[in-house]
Structure formats: C-alpha cells, structure tokens
Design a binder for this molecule. Structure first.
Ligand SMILES: [Zn+2]
Length: 250
C-alpha cells in the first residue's frame, strides 16, 4: 500500500506541506479528500481535528477544510462544499493549517497533561475522561477527596511545573516496551486495542509520561500558565476540573 505521510504525529510544528490528492469522494454532502501527505490532525484523545485550507497550485483555487478524521488508517479531510465543485485526484495542493487554532490546542493539550501529571503524582487519581477546545479544557478524575482548597493548590503546582521549562518529548515504542513502563496507561480503562503494535508516548520530562496520539508543544514554557476555572462533582468519586490558558497581557 502507498504510504501516506501523517506529519502531525512526527512534527507538531509542521503547519504547511505540498501534497497530491490521492482520493476524492464527492458522493456525499461534503467532499472527502485523502492526500499523499498532510499536516492535519484528525482528532482523538479529546483533541479536536484541525481546520484549514487546501490551495491548488495550478490555478490558486482554494477549499476550506472544515474537519478531518481517521478512516481505515487514512486521514480524511472534509471540505466545505463549493458550487464550483471539488478538487480532482492528482491535483497538487498546498495544505495549510489554521495554525493559531492548532497552536492553542497544542498548548491546551500539554497543559492538561501537566494537570494529569500533578494529580497522579500528588494524589494518585486516575483519569476517566477529558476534552478540550483551543484555550481551555476539562479532565475527569477518579478523585473522591477533591475539594476547593485542593484544587487551588493543584493550580499553583501545575503552574510551578510549567514554569520549570520542562521539555516535552514524543516517542513511538513497541507495544511490549511501552507496557513495561509503570503507569503509562493513565486512563482508568486501557483504551488501546490489542492489534496496536506500536504505542506513541508523550513525556513531560520529570513530570508525566503517558500513551497519547495528540499534538503538543515542545516545552512547557510555551504553555505559559493556567487558571482553574471550575471543578464539579460528577458523582461521589468522579470529579471534573476545568482549566484555561492565561494569555499574557499585551
Ligand atoms: Zn493527551
């Protein structure tokens, strides 16, 4: 099978690439396009899919990419329907991410991992779920003892950890090696299918190491600091913490 490059997993900072259209499905309400290489993240692990543009090299026509998803191993780009029709197979295009949105998602995702790392290290609480938008998100924990005072101290600890300028590293490990790492699977339920042979990990060096498919900044200094905007009980044991990025004064 033709190898299609999915750059988001190896280089989160790749925001544009030249590509050739491999397949076009124009039978539904929105054209669906697979490229021979792409910088789009298809969504997953609580991180929404990217948005952006395809710009055709020959005539400068452009299409808005309003979503993306994984299908059968490929990253499928969903285009905004256009009265002038879809691009064609073998068209050469420039693939361009909505970078401001993606970078905010990278900072938010790394901030949530820092939260996850602190809550695990200091309180032994497992994650049961999470979700994010650019600039803010939430994590759910199995965290019976959570209280307002504790949440204040968690916010301060997360900010102190981010200020340590910790490197954030991506690795891809054989399954057996990955599962030998204690606490790698931080979610309550191991969501990784048995068929997966390689496991991608994200490490905030010195704080957190977990299996993850998302895009992250390369150092916690890029996150800046966070504010906890709320917490709530989703039951006796399950608690939710919401955070947002604190944007520097301009
Ligand atoms: Zn994650």
């Amino acid at each position: 099978m033709e190898v299609r490059e999915q750059l988001c997993y190896s280089d989160a900072y790749a925001r544009t690439v030249e590509a050739r259209i491999a397949t076009v499905d124009d039978s539904g309400p929105a054209p669906l396009v697979v490229l021979d290489r792409t910088v789009f993240y298809p969504g997953g692990g609580g991180q929404p899919a990217d948005r952006g543009l395809l710009l055709r090299t020959t005539d400068g026509r452009s299409w808005t990419v309003r979503g993306a998803r994984k299908a059968g191993g490929d990253i499928v780009h969903e285009l905004e329907p256009s009265p002038d029709g879809a691009p064609s197979r073998d068209d050469v295009v420039t693939v361009d991410l909505d970078w401001a949105r993606r970078y905010a998602l990278m900072r938010t995702h790394t901030a949530l991992h820092a939260l996850c790392g602190v809550v695990w290290r200091d309180h032994g609480a497992l994650v049961t779920g999470g979700n994010m938008e650019p600039g803010g998100g939430r994590m759910d924990f199995e965290f019976e003892r959570m209280s307002g005072d504790l949440v204040d101290s968690i916010e301060a600890t997360v900010n102190a950890e981010l200020a340590q300028k910790r490197d954030v590293r991506v690795a891809v490990l054989p399954r057996a090696e990955a599962f030998a790492i204690p606490d790698l699977i931080r979610t309550k339920v191991n969501l990784l299918p048995d068929a997966i042979e390689e496991i991608r990990t994200i490490e905030i060096v010195g704080l957190d190491l977990q299996a993850d498919g998302g895009t992250h900044v390369s150092n916690t200094s890029e996150v800046g600091s966070i504010r906890v905007t709320g917490y709530e009980s989703k039951g006796r044991i399950n608690k939710r913490i919401r955070l947002e990025l604190v944007e520097p004064e301009t």
